[in-house]
Design a binder for this molecule. Sequence first.
Ligand code: ATP
Length: 328
Amino acid sequence: MAPVLEIHGLHKTYRGLFGGSRTALDGFDMVVEAGEVHGFLGPNGSGKTTTLRTLLGLIKANGGEMRVLGRPVPDHLPAVIGEVGAIVESPQFFGHFSARDTLSLLADAGNVPQTRVDEVLELVGLRDRAKDKVKAYSLGMKQRLAVASALLKQPRLLILDEPANGLDPGGIREMRDLMRGLAAGGMTVVLSSHILNEVEQICDSVTIISRGRRVTAGSVAQVLAAHSTGQVLVRLESPADLATAGAALTEAGGRVTAHPDHLLVAGIAKPAEITRTLAARDLFVSELSPVVADLESVFLQLTGTAPVTGQHRQVDQSVVAPVSEVTA
Ligand SMILES: Nc1ncnc2c1ncn2[C@@H]1O[C@H](COP(=O)(O)OP(=O)(O)OP(=O)(O)O)[C@@H](O)[C@H]1O
């Protein structure tokens, strides 16, 4: 099956009013397969919103190719836009309309049956507040209404810029369940987010962008595996023996980093070899576990945005060159 979304070599330069220019996308690539929840991640100003706005025909690219549901866009956007639901910028609603009035109006405008209004209100958890005026809504409730409006036409592709923005922890979990449920029903979901542990739980695959270029992409498992250090964490029954254990493991070919209550060991392929080496010296292991990379550490490493003590990182100080590709 053809990918639901394909972007190749996308370029976008904003021209300033006074002659300057800023390159927001510098040959950006992205591929999203059908039925996935795909995380679109990048530091502030890296080009996520520019990509999504370009895709939806809101701004014009300077170069590159894009396909949505197999059709080249923006040329064929009118043919596919009916199957795409998107919230890219905070949508503005009439404050004195209720959520139901708002959705009802949008349903009429989009030839969507009115029965769908109650379905989406239920889905996003606004059923019991559907008659309240939007101006009395919290940020999270407005966000839910925005998602409801994007779901009205039962899109095949749902694009959400920061869907968890303003949601409370319960709301974030509900949004996660909603996304997973939608994907299980065959919808493809692309979401940009800065909440990386959330992305790790919710997404099948990710693209990370930095300074307008893709720095990695692939399934979450592939991206994490590609950046795992292969280290094993070792704790001993007697922490006083850590120095002796470190020396023994170094002698056995390991690269050992000592910490006050544990060792990190790389370069020894089989964990059983660590146990054997130590047991031969009457040193007994109380914990032996692989050090697994998380999405946050991979993101910070690939985008060069990990905080440095004593420095105030500026928004454009992320990495420039692509660092790695897990999949094309
Ligand atoms: N209308 C515009 N005119 C000039 N420059 C712009 C415009 N919109 C965005 N930019 C610049 O393009 C770059 C990419 O911005 P973009 O909004 O796509 O980033 P982002 O990844 O969505 O950031 P964030 O995570 O902060 O939302 C930034 O340097 C930004 O200043």
